[in-house]
Write a protein that binds this ligand. Structure first.
Ligand code: 0PR
Length: 392
């Protein structure tokens, strides 16, 4: 550390220089990210309330009330009534909370297992590792749809939880949540839906008149949902969300910290100190955009998705891995050649895509920061790369 501090202007200059290697969302090169530039209004609100700490809600009862309000509003958006929950650091933490509940609710199972699709996010592997849960992964069919028969065959007396994904990480596809619900109906198995990405897309697709499979609390058996404001919600990083149908679960499985300055309370969080500013910022953003504002954003992303998909269909050498359900486009080679070289070549022109070797596809997430002009530039380079690699 310096003995004497520098002046602010100098520090700002140094920061600009040191951070110059970072990619910016508006460059268009970030095509493979599920995050985006936070909404301007959310940013300004966040700065004002950055010191609020929801780790000790007794000290910040106003902030806590806003969190309860925003959670209830999101719960309604997901067709639930009196939904509880809280903001998290992201989808990984929310999924970890869900897996912990699944295990805790079945103390009678000595070696607990969770059944989930092989396309489920890495965070479930992390949760399983931390909680000592065995994951049983169900296969996908050739069209990347979940193989329900295989899923069913993995259920047994050790199953404490099942997971369905509403917006898979690789392709943005929605699992047959209703059908999974039927498989566990009447059984003492916790059902968690991971809509980390889809949570702030699917409700608005529905409102735009697009056919969407049932995926939320409207499916009776669904117990909890992950949905992240810091993805398609355009909230501040970090803003994840965990939403739970049944309050008794918090009483049964929650933690208590007896010494807090603001007093004791039951909670499910993994972390202690917890940002209030991100919650307040998202509350404000929801009031500002309303249903119409979010629908407009989703509509634009879907228009750009269709633009990209239409182009990919016409490029010799590559094809869509699956028809996009939401604003995620998987691109694969027509001749089955490995996607690795394609990804490498595109990276040379700075295109930052997601690479999924297990499904042999590269992923474009058409986030709000991605414009038609960016996609046009990308398509041009993609065509060049297809020729260079002789995929044509
Ligand atoms: N569930 C699903 C379905 C996800 O896709 C993700 C993350 C998570 C849970 C975990 O969320 P957190 O990262 O908030 O804990 N999906 C993104 C992905 O793996 C994460 C990401 C975001 C990766 C931005 C890259 C990036 O630039 O693609």
């Amino acid at each position: 550390m310096l003995d004497e501090g520098l002046n602010k202007q100098e520090i700002r200059r140094i920061l600009e220089e040191k951070l110059s290697p970072d990619y910016s969302y508006d460059s268009g090169f970030i095509l493979g990210s599920m995050c985006t530039d936070a909404h301007k209004f959310a940013k300004s609100i966040y700065c004002k309330y950055v010191s609020k700490n929801l780790g000790d809600p007794g000290l910040f009862p106003g902030t806590q009330k806003l969190e309860d309000e925003v959670v209830a509003e999101i719960g309604e958006l997901f067709n639930g009534i009196d939904i509880l929950g809280s903001f998290t650091t992201g989808g990984s933490e929310a999924n970890l909370i869900a897996m912990r509940i699944a295990k805790k609710l079945r103390p009678d199972i000595k070696d607990p297992e969770v059944v989930l699709p092989v396309s489920a996010h890495m965070s479930f592997d992390k949760a399983a590792d931390l909680l000592d849960i065995k994951l049983r992964k169900a296969k996908l069919n050739d069209d990347f749809e979940l193989d329900l028969n295989h899923f069913e065959s993995l259920l047994n007396e050790n199953t404490c939880g099942v997971v369905g994904v509403a917006g898979t990480t690789s392709l943005g596809l929605v699992d047959p949540i209703e059908e999974i619900g039927k498989l566990i109906k009447g059984k003492d198995i916790f059902f968690h839906v991971d809509a980390a990405f889809g949570g702030f897309v699917l409700p608005f697709l529905d409102k735009l008149g697009k056919q969407v499979r049932k995926w939320d609390f409207s499916v009776e058996e669904v117990d909890s949902i992950t949905a992240d404001p810091h993805k398609m919600g355009m909230g501040i990083i970090p803003s994840g969300g965990y939403f739970l149908r049944n309050e008794a679960i918090i009483q049964k499985t929650g933690f208590e910290i007896p010494y807090l300055a603001g007093g004791n309370f039951k909670h499910l969080h993994i972390v202690g100190t917890r940002p209030g500013g991100t919650v307040i910022a998202f509350w404000a953003l929801m009031q500002y955009l309303g249903n119409q504002g979010f629908s407009k954003v989703v509509k634009k992303c879907m228009k750009n998705t269709e633009f990209l998909a239409a182009n990919v269909r016409n490029i010799d050498g590559v094809k869509l891995a699956a028809e996009p359900t939401m604003n995620v486009v998987g691109i694969t080679t027509e001749n089955g050649q490995s996607i690795c070289e394609l990804d490498e070549e595109l990276r040379k022109s700075e295109w930052m895509l997601g690479k999924f070797t297990e499904f042999n596809l590269v992923r474009v997430v058409v986030m709000p920061h991605v414009t038609e002009a960016h996609i046009s530039r990308f398509i041009k380079d993609l065509k060049k790369v297809c020729k260079k690699l002789k995929l044509v």
